[in-house]
Design a protein around this ligand. Sequence first.
Ligand SMILES: [Zn+2]
Length: 372
Amino acid sequence: MCSNCVMDTTDSLIRFDDKGVCDHCLTFYQHTLPNWHTDQSGAIQLERLVESIRSDGRGKDFDCIIGMSGGIDSSYLTYLAKEEMGLRPLVFHVDAGWNSQIAVNNIERLIDGLGLDLFTEVIDWPEMRDLQLAFFKSGVSHIDTPQDHAFFATMYRFATQHNVKYILTGGNLSTECIRNPVEWMYYQSDSRQLLDIHRRFGTQPLETFPVTSILWHKIWLPYFRRIKVARPLDIVPYIKQEAKQLLMDRFGWQPYPQKHFESRFTKFYESYWLPKRFGYDVRRVQYSSLILTGQMTREEALELLKKPSYDEATIGQESEFVANKLGITVDELSSYMALPHKTYRDYKNQRQLYDFGTRIMRAMGMEIGGKR
Ligand SMILES: [Zn+2]
């Protein structure tokens, strides 16, 4: 294990220097931190961002769009956009069938409290279910792809349909400066992978499921349609505890026991499926990010990691819920747990395109942080 954070060799590509500090930490100190400004220069960037969003949005019903999951990052972003930045966001939510009750409440409270309108896009459940089962059957570790892909694809589609030039995302360095290794969670936006896995293991055509492709959203949208993605949480001081407290006090927002638990599937997947079947514990990534940004001590993280990532008392019910929802038996769900391990390389993919894009973005200084 790294001597500075809590990443360890369950990330098989991890490298340590002679002091036992891992490459995630070194990337953070050498590359991310010097390029990350939440002080005065961040405030100037924020002001510029607000100005261009407003001027691009003049005369339109909305000046930007925000995808809202009910989790802390997107909730705080929505508050920030409306109250602090004075924007007129179109807030939309993608219902892929797995919303927790807390997520539904949180979204309602925030929307009501801020006086915003909410657009909800419901993904066709039979298709969602079929695609989800295909990912289970494929044996890969990134089985949360269908949900994530649907969120992203819908977001880009909304922006084009409503002719909105700015997409604001809750992605942020403060809680995500270390990313899940690609080996753990392959790029969820890779449509070639998604469609290949569905072609092999799906049982019905995907007629309405939203599919995006990297060339469309990374090249066509930004350079031809001039639709930009901005991450405001990276240019303001964003402290998770403070954000949580503000949302609770002001909106009656309810916290989650762990990041991403606003979706019942993601909760099942990240707390149980992934560590149990592959040994990948996303808490290591999440806690390490908080350690690097001074929001948690390494001792606190080590203490939390002593406990299993899932609740042993309720995991039986959780599995039952997931199986029932997918229309399969608990035995069938368990049988997927025992399948041989596969990776994205076992299916068609666009990894080379992603690597190429990342190299260019980094060379141009357009991307800080280091997913690998
Ligand atoms: Zn480290």
